[in-house]
Design a protein around this ligand. Structure first.
Ligand SMILES: [Cu+2]
Length: 152
């Protein structure tokens, strides 16, 4: 009896260790909403496109950060960090092979020229009013690299 309980516990631990990618019945993985965010610049300055985002608590999202520019940009979620659970940051190479997966609380992500980074998160708390997200590289927010995010 004790032995079979131990085996069940080990099996459960193994399933957990396999991670969300392999866990059956993980609904947060099954219906992740993909939200593109382009980081770029044009004759008017610098931008995040789109400039407004609306999320809902409990829904899993992947924010696909694409830097279409020739210089480095970053996305700082600012106050929004406290209202989301970051599942992981994922980076793949040009062939789609995983380069790295980073887990833990993340405040900002820097994206190299022409590169894409995926930020997987689940909003856990609503915002009272839209929160400004921005590129914190000196001068970039002032040049227009900001957007507003709301969590309902
Ligand atoms: Cu920037």
């Amino acid at each position: 009896m004790t032995r079979s309980l131990t085996l069940v516990a080990l099996a459960a631990a193994a399933a957990f260790a396999a991670g969300p990618g392999r866990a059956e019945g993980d609904l947060s993985r099954a219906n992740v909403i993909e939200v593109p965010l382009e980081m770029g610049s044009n004759a008017d300055g610098m931008f995040f496109a789109p400039a407004e985002y609306t999320f809902v608590t409990g829904q899993a999202y992947v924010l696909v950060l694409t830097n279409s520019d020739e210089i480095v940009h970053e996305l700082s979620l600012n106050e929004m960090v406290e209202r989301i659970f970051t599942r992981k940051i994922e980076v793949s190479d040009a062939d789609g092979n995983l380069v790295t997966e980073v887990k833990g609380t993340i405040r900002e992500v820097e994206v190299g020229p022409g590169q894409t980074v995926e930020w997987f998160f689940v909003p856990v708390q609503t915002t009272d009013e839209p929160v400004q997200i921005s590129c914190e590289i000196p001068g970039h927010a002032e040049a227009g690299m900001v957007a507003m995010a709301t969590i309902n």
